[in-house]
Design a protein around this ligand. Structure first.
Ligand code: AKG
Length: 278
């Protein structure tokens, strides 16, 4: 499935798109599994964390302790001024993270696919290990922006090895907030590192290189079932979704076991719950 043209594009520009990588039935199975997790999510129990401004510390704890389990996160604009959901719960969740690939059989089956392993190895990894999964809803009307970033910021290895698998569950268009990538490729420094220190996380600045301007950004409009592969240094972002159509996506962040995984990365796996391959 990964052709020489994909490899050349990835080497030159830091990304490539494999159309028709997943079947419609696999996408539906994943969509249903995500809906089931949301249905079982106790929105009332977690509401305070997301609505009260002085809950930043609790919110950080909620985030950090989600590393090796399955949690739902609300969209920033999910609640109105009185703290009520603007849309039903199922249309208010920003994402589910971060260990479905290890803990939910449907997600595990979708992620641990020999075709994915072939892509990781074809793009240079010797010993791929899945550290993180996210189901991103990019909800109609309130789907939040994801700012410019590089994924090696969050998954630092020496040398840099992280690969992002981004599966389109819906068609992704400019209208519903598709990914945008830098046109300038990966000959660019890592700008930030997200570091765990004493149980809290901080964003360190490594380089003052500016983020690409909108003129240097390219939209990746892709059909459902496409797998987009991103290099850890490639700057990318996604704008808000103001359309009436959802833009679901599923992502995996995969590091090479042959590289040194930083003990400061926010996701640390204990010995009895190691990051495994495909
Ligand atoms: O799907 C999106 O909107 C952003 C995903 C992303 O940037 C990532 O997984 O690194």
């Amino acid at each position: 499935m990964l052709t020489k043209a994909h490899k050349d594009k990835f080497a030159a520009q830091g990304y490539c798109a494999l159309e028709g990588f997943k079947q419609a039935s696999e996408l539906e199975e994943l969509r249903e599994a995500a809906a089931r997790i949301v249905m079982n999510f106790d929105a009332e129990g977690e509401r305070a964390i997301f609505t009260t401004k002085d809950h930043a510390k609790t919110r950080d704890e909620y985030f950090l302790s989600s590393a090796n389990t399955i949690r739902c996160f609300f969209e920033e604009e999910a609640f109105d001024e009185s703290g009520k959901l603007r849309q039903e719960k199922a249309l208010s969740i920003n994402k589910i993270g971060h260990a479905m690939h290890d803990l939910d059989p449907v997600f595990e089956r979708f992620a641990r696919d020999p075709n994915c392993e072939a892509v990781a190895k074809g793009l240079g990894q010797q010993d791929p290990r899945i550290y993180q999964s996210m189901y991103i809803f990019k909800q109609p009307r309130i789907g939040g922006e994801v700012n410019w970033h590089q994924d090696a910021t969050f998954f630092y290895t020496a040398p840099i090895s992280v690969l992002t698998f981004w599966f389109a569950i819906d068609d992704a268009t400019i209208d519903n907030g598709c990914l945008w990538v830098s046109d300038e490729g990966i000959d660019t420094p890592l700008r930030q590192r997200f570091c765990l220190r004493d149980g809290a996380v901080e964003m360190d600045t490594l380089s003052d290189a500016p983020w690409p301007t909108q003129d240097a950004a390219k939209p990746l409009e892709v059909e459902a079932g496409t797998l987009v592969m991103l290099h850890g240094l490639l700057p990318h972002y996604s704008p808000p979704n103001r359309s009436d159509k959802a833009r679901h996506a599923f992502t995996l962040h995969v590091c090479d076991g042959a590289a040194d995984y930083s003990p400061q990365n926010w996701i640390q796996r204990p010995d009895d719950f190691p990051a495994r391959g495909f």
